[in-house]
Design a protein. Structure first.
Length: 58
């Protein structure tokens, strides 16, 4: 994947509230396909369009 992540990487900590806010504000709730999150959802067969990030993070 990148110099930091490999095929045997089992966990990545993403700051949930911040990631949701950025994705919702800048990408309409759908990760860009070339981003790390976009590549990971594709790798795992997740269809983000089925449940885009919506609403507010408090």
């Amino acid at each position: 994947m990148t110099g930091f992540f490999h095929e045997d990487t089992v966990s990545i900590h993403l700051y949930g509230r911040r990631m949701r806010a950025i994705m919702r504000k800048n990408h309409g709730g759908i990760p860009h396909p070339d981003s790390l999150v976009g590549r990971l959802v594709a790798k795992h067969g997740i269809v983000p369009q089925d449940a885009p990030i919506a609403g507010r993070d408090d």
